[in-house]
Design a protein around this ligand. Structure first.
Ligand code: 7RM
Length: 635
């Protein structure tokens, strides 16, 4: 018998040891006993981090939707798979049973087939948090198409870049979306993106807000009539274990976004196994993850992980502050949510509103609280623990990445004693390592370094779409034979991990990873801008906010600074999205540079953090004189 469900610390250590000593036997047992295969594998694992190449369950055949839907129908057909809580609190929630989910996924899959989508084709999904979003992912997986979800807060430029990078032929979107008291013209954004996407032949449109939109003849079609006319049965395509399941873009520290590619079997096994244990999910629990499915957290822990366990997963369309800051707690109360998974930025925003608003609701159903996306500060951790968990629900601080596919370092609730701001111990099968700057592994406890993983795990991304070299350079070239995460971490005296934050040029704003380079590229497009550098600075709600240092050219010299600030943020909104707007923009006469011409962000970071007592070594600067001027005019 495999240890699918871990229930004690002793068991955790015993299973962990087994997963490290005999990884193939361990994962083979998990895969064999808890999933549905059309054919078993010939080999559990083959890997070579120098190429890099990793294959799990090679030779196996399966369809992930048979695991997420079909196999539950006999025993859980009338169980709710998805609870849809709409933006409008007055509108009734929708409960979609596994039987209904099966029917709706099959209909959507047939629509895609009728539109000529074939196995291996890429489908772009640009939808708000409505049931069709989850259904579209599953419909793609049903027919072996590769989904590429683009978060519906991204701009037209960001959307078209992603569509073109993975050569999507078809886009699924909606007429618009609700966001609190506002509506967003999603279809208008898609139309704008389409001007730069000649490869897209079809745009399928979900009617959500009943807005009066333009339908482009031949290209656009309303989805509902097609769904109504489609068959409710669709045989699942038999996929190979390593066939690609989806692409999901994540920002890099340089250049264009990276299309992380995840494959089928390993991703399924790991997302399901982590879901079961990290949330201690039990039959009939109601689980809610507040992330958007546009991020990896939504892929793994709203859709695939929960459904593979036959769970009830809640999807929320709205925002935490509409109609007021009690909305999350209202939903927990209304649906008797047992596991609640959110981000530190949301916790901080809600904590700011005080505890009175929380006290209006009955939160006694909660058993486990989760956090993800960025380091959680001590204050937020305690607020969450005291006011939401009433000190009874363990907090799982889950560290992982788009690239890792599933949770990597985390407590197991009721098993691992928690410690504020610590993600604690590696999950089963995960072998973290800490490296110093010269690439030596730091052994033992009480060390701090760069966080790597030295052995493959089933749900690791297999490549970057269309650029395997970049995959190798970004993740496998900094430290030999290790996957480098880009994060710093420390290991305390008992072996608990605390993630200290990014060590590259990625800044996490409200839980969104933003590369500095694309933002700087956008700013530099402004005709008055000569040069710019972006750094993060601490923000009590967003975690980090963006501070831009901008030098102007001749055209900018005579301009009113406040107008320029607005225009710069406007460009950023258009090119990347509103999430990347700058909180502060300081116009400077120069930017500190090394002799090789690299902007010394380290110095700018200190200035933005208002910590200029020790700027470190500035002697290698080409232009040390500009530093004092920047300090004097800092915002
Ligand atoms: C799941 C997700 C990944 C980056 C990662 C970290 C940061 C995520 C935590 C965290 C501290 C955590 N995927 N991060 N979780 N930092 N503690 N529990 O967020 O690709 O969007 O971001 O997020 O820097 O590298 S992601």
């Amino acid at each position: 018998m495999s240890n699918y469900h871990i229930k004690s610390l002793e068991e955790y250590f015993q299973v962990y040891r087994k997963s490290i000593r005999e990884p193939e036997n361990f994962w083979e047992e998990i895969a064999e006993e808890h999933f549905l295969w059309r054919k078993k594998w010939n080999k559990v694992l083959s890997w070579d981090f120098s190429k890099p190449e990793v294959k799990w369950f090679e030779g196996a055949k399966l369809n992930i939707t048979e695991n997420c839907i079909d196999r539950h129908l006999a025993t859980r057909g009338e169980k709710t798979a998805i609870i849809f809580e709409p933006n409008n609190p007055e509108a009734s929630a929708e409960h979609i049973t596994y039987n209904q989910l099966h029917e709706r996924v099959c209909r959507m899959a047939n629509v895609l087939k009728n539109e000529g989508v074939e196995k291996g084709d890429r489908v772009c999904i640009y939808l708000p948090m409505i049931p069709e979003l989850a259904i579209a992912l599953l419909a793609c997986a049903r027919i072996g198409a590769i989904h590429s979800v683009v978060f519906a807060g991204f701009s037209a430029t960001a959307l078209s870049t992603r569509i073109n990078d993975s050569d999507c032929k078809i886009v699924i979107t909606s007429d618009g979306s609700y966001r609190g008291s506002k509506t967003i013209d999603l279809k208008g954004i898609v139309d704008e993106a389409m001007e730069n996407c000649p490869g897209v032949k079809k745009v399928l449109v979900v009617k959500r807000i009943n807005s009066d939109i333009q339908m482009n003849d031949g290209r656009d079609a309303w989805l509902q009539p097609l769904l109504d006319g489609a068959s409710t049965e669709c045989l699942a395509e038999v996929m190979n274990a390593e066939d690609h399941l989806f692409i999901l873009y994540t920002s890099g520290s340089t250049g264009k976004p990276k299309g992380m590619v995840h494959s089928t079997a390993g991703y399924m096994v790991y997302s399901a196994y982590t879901f079961k244990n990290v949330f201690q999910y039990r039959e009939n629990d109601v689980y809610w993850c507040t992330a958007d499915i546009g991020w990896i957290t939504g892929h793994s822990y709203i859709v695939y992980g929960p459904l593979a366990n036959g769970a009830t997963t809640l999807m929320f369309e709205g925002v935490p502050h509409h109609p007021d800051f009690g909305r999350f707690w209202d939903i927990v109360d209304k649906h008797k949510v047992n596991q609640f998974y959110t981000a530190p930025t949301a916790i901080r925003a809600l904590a700011k509103q005080g505890a009175e608003i929380v006290e209006k609701y009955d939160l006694s159903s909660l058993k486990v609280l989760g956090t993800v996306g960025e380091p959680i500060n001590e204050e937020a951790w305690h607020w969450y623990n005291e006011n939401i968990g009433k000190k009874k629900s363990p907090i799982v601080d889950t560290w992982w990445q788009t690239e890792t596919g599933g949770i990597m370092i985390t407590p197991i609730p009721f098993v691992t004693p928690t410690k504020p701001t610590y993600a604690t111990l590696p999950f089963i099968g995960i072998q973290p390592s800490l490296m110093d700057e010269s690439g030596n592994e730091l052994k033992g406890n009480q060390v701090e370094g760069r966080l790597c993983i030295k052995f493959p795990w089933p749900s690791m991304a297999r490549t970057i779409w269309g650029n395997h070299q970049r995959y190798k350079d970004t993740y496998f070239s900094t430290f030999e034979n290790n996957y480098f995460t880009g994060d710093g971490a420390l290991r305390d005296e008992v072996g608990y991990y605390r993630i200290t934050g990014r060590v590259d040029d990625v800044i996490i704003v409200s839980g969104h990873n933003l590369g500095t380079a694309p933002i700087e590229d956008a700013i530099n497009e402004h005709p008055a801008v000569a040069e710019s550098a972006i750094v993060g600075f601490p923000h009590d709600v967003k975690g980090s906010a963006l501070y831009g240092f901008v030098t102007l050219n001749d055209a900018g010299e005579t301009r009113v600074h406040d107008n320029l600030r607005k225009e710069i943020n406007q460009i950023i909104s258009e090119r990347i999205g509103a999430i990347a707007k700058l909180d502060k923009i300081q116009f400077t006469n120069g930017l500190p540079k090394t002799r090789s011409g690299k902007i010394m962000r380290r110095i700018l970071r200190k200035i933005a953090e208002k910590d200029t007592s020790n700027l470190g070594d500035t002697s290698t600067l080409l232009n040390p004189e500009c530093v004092q001027d920047i300090i004097d005019n800092a915002l």
